[in-house]
Design a protein around this ligand. Sequence first.
Ligand SMILES: Cc1cc2nc3c(=O)[nH]c(=O)nc-3n(C[C@H](O)[C@H](O)[C@H](O)COP(=O)(O)OP(=O)(O)OC[C@H]3O[C@@H](n4cnc5c(N)ncnc54)[C@H](O)[C@@H]3O)c2cc1C
Length: 377
Amino acid sequence: MDFMDFKNKQTTVVVVGAGFAGAAIAFHLTRLGMERVFVLEREEFPGMHASGKNAAMIRQVVPNKLISDLARGGAAFLRNLPLDWPVETKFEQNGSFFLASKKDSEKIQQDGAYAKQCGTLTEWWPIERITEFIPIIEGSPASGGLWCPTDGVIDIHSLMQGYLKSAAMNGAELKFSNAVKNIVVHHGRVCAVQTESEEIPADIVINAAGAWATELGRLAGSLNVPLTPCSRHLFVTKPLDWIKSKWPIVWDITQEIYFRPESGGLLLCPCDEEVQDPNITKNDPLILNMLAEKISHFYPRLSDLPILRSWSGLRTLTPDRQFLVGWDPCVEGFFWLAGLGGHGVTVSYSVGLLAASLIVEGNKSQSTNQFSPSRFR
Ligand SMILES: Cc1cc2nc3c(=O)[nH]c(=O)nc-3n(C[C@H](O)[C@H](O)[C@H](O)COP(=O)(O)OP(=O)(O)OC[C@H]3O[C@@H](n4cnc5c(N)ncnc54)[C@H](O)[C@@H]3O)c2cc1C
């Protein structure tokens, strides 16, 4: 397909959605010199959906090499924020343990070996040694765990503000309470977006609409990419004096449960995954039973924790659980940055850079981009 030359810095780019996807690509596009970047967000504030409702963990060992590469790049950025980064952004690198029973320990060790080969320190620890380090896991059925000392927890609100402020300082125009209602396409090419109050001419529209990306694609008549929003619940306990704020993240990949220190208490997740209509907010009380059951079977020392609050957010998944980054094969100028699943915070810097580079370099790299929407053609 004959795409236009987007090297022109005057090209108008409209980013739809101010979650981590939209904020990060706006950050990179303006840094790469694009002069006419708009970010349109339906809500009054940025990050009101998945990007503000997640567990804030930076996790570099991932069972997919491509995503793992982006995760390492994202973590490296957070460790060394640029001098002109506009917001203080705390990254607490207390590390993570990925616990596994025998059947899963080989795979997680392979993933750890790949990360190590790429320069991220990882080490396999037997369960007895981990229990000495974090006594609350006593009774865990895991045989051991992969230690990744450079993982940690990021202040997601500052990170989001940092991307957006930086983009705005470099000329991006941010418009909140501004839902995109229509995308105008002429002769197979995007030419404008319409909100309730205005029409903005656009050469490129970036679909960073998270759980609503399929809906937004429909407005443009794009490829019908089967993105599935799935709910996941998080629970936070009251502050408890026996919890150490320096404890690392503990993620049992066999039993599918994770927890980490949060505000003097613990944040816990039973790794639920239920297909969810993004237009219906749901906080399913039954998920607390699921958490309680996993705890009583596998982490008995955490039984009867006083839960203070809980919420759910949406992880948006593609059928192959890889991201969706690239030009739409049906509508010229329509670009996807979606399907970031459970990794969108960690990879935000590097997937934003990948996406912005694909745009600024035109369609040359399209064939080499393994996250391309064309794979769902
Ligand atoms: C419970 C939970 C825990 C998680 N934990 C982690 C973690 O520890 N580490 C990690 O890296 N990742 C984690 N994630 C994943 C991460 O939160 C997501 O991958 C990421 O936030 C996705 O960002 P996004 O910008 O694609 O989507 P969103 O944050 O949903 O942003 C999309 C935005 O688009 C806007 N929008 C939609 N349609 C329109 C329209 N028509 N017009 C204007 N605006 C529109 C929406 O209002 C929304 O603000 C977790 C997710 C959940 C749910």
